[in-house]
Design a protein around this ligand. Structure first.
Ligand code: GLN
Length: 199
């Protein structure tokens, strides 16, 4: 089974570990550059993107993360993790950096305060069957994508799931539902990449 890490600096790490294991991965926490070097793929969880950014710099992980994403390591970001994968944030807090990897501009907290949390059925390209139950918690949306990024889902006219090569991002949190199909899609991406690298 592919080894999939969860960036464990802040956020809903445990839920991703459970979802990844259910989707067939060997899941483990990643806090140090040495741990990052050992995984076949990585999830960046939901949480608070400013905090995750600052801790990644503090733990010496920001440059190693950028390097591995640049080298094509499969990576999946949910919510704050989506923000971390954006090449550009529309409204960054001061000092907030991203790993990048997806040619998109995200707007933080875009779905607004009064709707801080809601659920909606979302059709995700590449996920067969019923729509995914999208859990949105102070979620970002994607303002625009560049030519290399593929839009996988929209909600209310806004882009909420994107893929560019081996990088996947959703505004919502499949790890908070019992439905592991998006994690299975990501584990498949990781397995395919590992096979390609060993050929
Ligand atoms: N609003 C948060 C941020 O900007 C993201 C919220 C979440 O991950 N649920 O990082």
């Amino acid at each position: 089974a592919p080894v999939v890490g969860v960036l464990a600096l802040q956020g809903d790490v445990r839920e991703h570990l459970v979802a990844l294991a259910a989707a067939g991965a060997m899941a483990r926490e990643v806090r140090r550059p040495g741990e990052l070097a050992e995984v076949d793929g990585l999830v960046i969880p939901g949480g608070e993107s400013t905090t995750i950014s600052k801790l990644a710099v503090l733990f010496g992980l920001m440059e190693p993360l950028r390097a591995r994403v640049r080298d094509g390591m499969p990576v999946y970001g949910t919510c704050a993790g989506m923000i971390m994968l954006a090449d550009k944030i529309l409204d960054p807090r001061s000092g907030q950096e991203t790993v990048g990897g997806i040619d998109m501009i995200v707007r933080r907290n875009a779905f607004g305060r009064q709707n801080e949390s809601f659920e909606a059925a979302v059709d995700v390209a590449g996920v067969a069957g019923d729509p995914v139950e999208g859990v949105f918690i102070r979620a970002p949306w994607v303002e625009s994508v560049g030519a290399r990024a593929e839009v996988l889902a929209e909600h209310g006219g806004h882009i909420v799931a994107v893929r560019q090569g081996n990088a996947l991002a959703t505004s919502f949190h499949p790890e908070l539902t019992g439905d592991h199909r998006v994690h299975a899609l990501f584990v498949d991406m990781t397995r395919a990449n590992r096979t390609a690298e060993s050929l």
